[in-house]
Design a protein around this ligand. Structure first.
Ligand code: CDP
Ligand code: MG
Length: 153
């Protein structure tokens, strides 16, 4: 089982796509184990996007993610980090494959609706950046026997 951080960026909220995007992840079989709506501060944006802070496009990205509320969630399931990234699609919505979230709903490089952690180290760090331990709700998914065979992990 893996956990990954998913952000439904402000464009998802403004475009009323939160429910449809979360539904795709739930439909796949993933569990939402933490979720909150929040306004991201500049400090939090810089911590989350530390690898991009020096890029020339960072100020615009920061204005975008801090400019209106977003929804942060932790998504749990088998190989969740890789699978959610693939469901999200390529960074630029114009390049993202049809069938992916960005491919189906975004025509932008910046306003691409969703963030998903890109590996185990990033997932661990980003979950810690957005959530306190007592905001994370581990629970038994009673549907589990109908999602995967007992011999699958
Ligand atoms: O989100 P992802 O990992 O696919 O892309 P990234 O290269 O790590 O960039 C992080 C985010 O910065 C993207 O999701 C875009 O919202 C934004 N971005 C941008 O505004 N302009 C760019 N040239 C590249 C990325
Ligand atoms: Mg990235």
């Amino acid at each position: 089982m893996e956990r990954t951080l998913v952000l439904l960026k402000p464009d998802s909220v403004q475009r009323r796509l939160v429910g449809r995007i979360l539904a795709r992840l739930e439909d796949k079989g993933f569990s939402i184990i933490a979720m909150k709506m929040m306004r991201v501060s500049r400090e939090l944006a810089r911590r989350h996007y530390a690898e991009h802070v020096a890029k020339d496009w960072y100020p615009e990205l920061e204005a975008f993610v801090t400019g209106a509320p977003l929804v942060a969630a932790i998504v749990e399931g088998p190989q969740a980090i890789r699978v959610v990234r693939e469901m999200v699609g390529a960074t630029n919505g114009l390049n993202a494959a049809p069938g992916s979230i960005r491919g189906d709903f975004s025509s932008s490089r910046q306003m691409n609706l969703v963030h998903a952690s890109d590996g185990p180290a990033a997932a661990h760090r980003e979950i810690g950046t957005f959530f306190q331990t007592d905001e994370i709700h581990s629970y038994e998914a009673t549907i589990r026997p109908w999602l995967r065979a007992p011999t699958e992990d």
